[in-house]
Design a protein around this ligand. Structure first.
Ligand code: ZN
Ligand code: ZN
Length: 133
């Protein structure tokens, strides 16, 4: 194995570790976390590694972050999300089939194919709000 390959393999493991630890992570979040251990790690490397993991089906993609960045998802099965519009955190949720049927009735002749993202305010943001009052 060439040195460059070995280095990439190491980052593949590390990128996966960060995404699995957090559940969901953008490239910027992955980079921030890994730079603590690897100060010289470049954004391009993280980008390349996460993209490859996605193409290989090892990572999924969740809803985009508030600034529009791609967000990788440790859970590759089909699932829905709750996303906080204040802090941008996402959480996996599973919306029951019965609800999907009701939604389907309301989109008339269009069909739902992709996962759903429900937006709102998460618990910790709600708490922060209350404390400021
Ligand atoms: Zn929040
Ligand atoms: Zn998810």
């Amino acid at each position: 194995m060439k040195l460059a390959d070995r280095r990439t393999t190491k980052y593949v493991t590390e990128v996966k570790r960060v995404v699995f630890l957090r559940g969901h992570a953008t490239n910027a979040e992955i980079l921030d976390e890994l730079r603590v251990t690897y100060p010289k790690l470049s954004a391009t490397t993280v980008h390349r590694v996460s993209q490859r993991l996605y193409e290989d089906g090892e990572l999924g993609r969740g809803p985009k972050s508030l600034d529009g960045s791609v967000r990788y998802d440790a859970n590759v099965d089909r699932h829905d999300h709750f996303m906080c519009t204040m802090c941008g955190q996402v959480r996996d949720v599973s919306i029951p089939q019965a609800c999907l049927s009701i939604i389907k009735c309301n989109v008339e002749d269009c069909s739902i194919s992709g996962p759903l993202t429900v937006s709102g305010v998460c618990n910790s943001c709600k708490k922060m709000w209350r404390e400021e009052e």
